[in-house]
Design a protein around this ligand. Structure first.
Ligand SMILES: Cc1ncc(COP(=O)(O)O)c(C=O)c1O
Length: 356
């Protein structure tokens, strides 16, 4: 999907939801704008999420919505963003947004950031004087690392850029600022002809891709770096760990050396955007037989069976957007209201944060 120069758009045909949730209301996509002097533009003061909503026979279903929203709240807490939103507010808003979008499947992007009080502006680094703004948008996003990547795998490199250190920018908070590091990793990979880069942590152990967690399969054991290697506590990562349990595969969180990537039997990325993407080479060294490995395929198959609603998930992983709603002729629930939790599935056990 990416051209060698990396300038291609990351989705060929993008369908965008024409409304955006903003601080409790739905506004037009075109009206979702910020002032150029907003704190976030200058100092990177945002936290956000990326959530997929899958097409199923029972209508669109949002994957692990509560876990994503819990991470969103956690990220905001780390950055002392004090607000009155609850997890239910964010979950309900997302469900309603997907309903209004008329999309069968989409990517949902909540973002909370420091804005600008135009009447009493503040321009310094100190974020506290700046008001918070919250938006949730949605669009239909294709395969993040290319249409063929899911079957055939991708060619990647180890980045010359290290991942963030835990006490500089915490990787467990999904903040906009962290993605400056991700952009360095991604741009270097693209200009050198790779689909993605893998960053090492500050000690030289494998951390993660610019937007994905990584798994290393060796001698039948599935390994992944621990959170202490500066990785985002990925919701897909957690799903893979649980899927391995279902498949009876041994899964270990442990520090992984760079060279272990080269001699692995199989490697794959996990992420909301990338889903489960096999890696077929690292630094032009072929991994295994250069094709998607058997264990990767098994995990991938179970993942897609679960996300398509064909297989029971190991938990309440899917929130069916249209189910139980009174759907009118236009496909919308009559008088649907943000704040109603009538179509949200029972609370799932919240994703443990940060300590592993
Ligand atoms: C840096 C980074 N690591 C890992 C992931 C995977 O996390 P998740 O599975 O929650 O999407 C992402 C994607 O959001 C990411 O940006």
């Amino acid at each position: 999907m990416f051209t060698p120069s990396g300038t291609a758009k990351d989705a060929a045909k993008m369908r965008i939801c024409d409304v955006v949730w903003h601080d409790g209301e739905f506004i037009k996509w075109d009206d979702a704008r910020v002032h150029v002097m907003s704190h976030v533009l200058h100092y990177g003061s945002s936290v956000f999420e990326g959530i997929r909503c899958y097409k199923t026979k029972r209508g669109p279903a949002i994957f692990r919505l509560r876990e994503h929203m819990q991470r969103f709240l956690n990220s905001a807490k780390v950055y002392r963003m004090e607000h009155d939103w609850t997890i239910d507010d964010f979950c309900d808003a997302s469900v309603e947004l997907v309903r209004r979008s008329e999309l069968d499947q989409c990517y949902i992007r909540p973002i909370l950031f420091r804005s600008l009080d135009e009447e009493h502006p503040a321009f310094g680094v100190n974020p506290f004087p700046n008001p918070l703004a919250c938006y949730i948008g949605a669009w239909d996003w294709g395969k993040y690392l290319g249409d063929e990547a899911i079957d055939k795998g991708v060619d990647v490199c180890v980045s010359s850029w290290n991942r963030l250190t835990p006490n500089s920018l915490p990787a467990m908070a999904k903040s906009g600022a962290n993605y400056m590091n991700s952009q360095l990793i991604k741009m270097e990979a693209l200009v050198n002809g790779f689909a993605e880069g893998i960053a090492l942590d500050d000690r030289g152990y494998v951390s993660e891709g610019s937007g994905e967690n990584i798994f290393v399969v060796s001698n039948g054991i599935v390994n992944t770096p621990p959170l202490s290697s500066s990785v985002l506590p990925g919701i897909t990562r957690d799903s893979v760990i649980k899927i391995c349990g279902e498949l009876g595969l041994t899964i270990k969180e442990r520090a992984i050396q760079r060279a272990a990537l080269y001699v692995a039997d199989e490697l794959f990325f996990s992420g909301t955007a990338a889903e489960i993407t096999p890696i077929r080479s690292v630094d032009r060294i072929t991994i295994g037989n250069g094709r998607r490995g058997d264990i990767t395929e098994k995990i991938q198959n179970m993942f897609f069976e679960i996300t398509s609603g064909e297989r029971q998930a190991p938990g309440d992983w899917l929130t069916y957007v249209r189910e139980e709603a009174k759907v009118g002729n236009n496909g919308f629930k009559a008088e649907s209201k943000v704040g109603s939790s009538s179509v949200i599935e029972p609370a799932t056990k919240l994703h443990a944060a940060g300590i592993k």
